[in-house]
Design a protein around this ligand. Structure first.
Ligand SMILES: Nc1ncnc2c1ncn2[C@@H]1O[C@H](COP(=O)(O)OP(=O)(O)O)[C@@H](O)[C@H]1O
Ligand SMILES: N[C@@H](CCC(=O)OP(=O)(O)O)C(=O)O
Length: 242
């Protein structure tokens, strides 16, 4: 949802929400896990003199998260839908009261026809409370709500069997949970703002979800109709299944 200049690309969010709205019409209900708060905060504040990276992330995300939600609120509203914000930390997923409360909240939001939008609470999640990235958060939510499917969107069509820019690399259509294909992945993290993730993390959490019987697909979030195509059973992205 960001471009190389570290700006939020509204048409990408618009396309996402349009598809979520179309699925809702078909009684397919989505929970959205969305990053973007740190970059949205950087867009507002610009350069910060705060040296400590964690403190800077707190400040940027505290500024950016309401901005992301304003964008989402407006776009969902344009499609006649309502959305809500859920900001957990990793600790909230431990067995206990917070987990039960969070699950209850998801169930109630969904029963009210409201689409939950989750992001890590970057203002408080430091060290052990921190998810490794939003791929982990999506995986934990999918498991908690017993999702039928997890779709991990990125800026590339899926996992390639070599460097994505190499002429002889091609898209891997399916990966088994016990298949070791980590060597396909090169460290091409573009240094984009404070984004964490990366393809290795997507693959690991996709396998983790598949192990819990949640079919998972890594696909391109910048393409026009990715989510709908996946739901319609078209051959899109990289499937990770048991
Ligand atoms: N074998 C591979 N197949 C697909 N993508 C790969 C591969 N190796 C490295 N990558 C890189 O992973 C990137 C996707 O992860 P990235 O966008 O960094 O994660 P995040 O969405 O968490 O920020 C791709 O843009 C690509 O450059
Ligand atoms: N929670 C942070 C992003 C965390 C993260 O892992 O981002 P990404 O590398 O895009 O999966 C944010 O909203 O900016």
């Amino acid at each position: 949802m960001t471009n190389r200049d570290n700006r939020i690309v509204r048409p990408v969010l618009d396309r996402l929400v349009k598809q979520i709205a179309e699925l809702y019409e078909r009684d397919i209900i989505t929970v959205l896990v969305s990053s973007g708060s740190v970059i949205a905060g950087m867009e507002v504040l610009g350069h910060s003199d705060i040296k400590d990276k964690a403190s800077r992330r707190q400040v940027y995300s505290a500024i950016g998260q309401p901005r992301m939600m304003r964008l989402y609120y407006n776009i969902f509203h344009d499609y006649g839908m309502k959305c809500a914000q859920v900001l957990p930390t990793k600790n909230d997923f431990d067995p206990g009261e917070h987990r039960r409360n969070m699950k209850n909240c998801y169930e109630n939001l969904l029963s009210e026809g409201v689409i939950p939008i989750a992001n890590e609470d970057d203002t408080v999640s430091l060290s052990h409370a921190m998810f490794s990235d939003n791929d982990e958060l999506a995986c934990l939510i999918a498991e908690m709500i017993d999702a039928d499917k997890l779709i991990i969107l990125t800026d590339i069509d899926g996992l390639y069997d070599g460097h994505p820019d190499a002429d002889d690399s091609s898209l891997v259509e399916e990966v088994g949970i016990n298949e070791n294909v980590n060597h396909f992945i090169s460290d091409t993290k573009k240094g984009e703002a404070e984004g964490r993730g990366g393809m290795l993390s997507k693959l690991n959490y996709a396998k983790q979800s598949a192990r819990k019987n949640i079919p998972t697909i890594i696909a391109n979030g910048k393409s026009e109709n990715t989510i709908i195509d996946i739901i319609d059973g078209k051959a899109v992205g990289t499937k990770v299944e048991i």
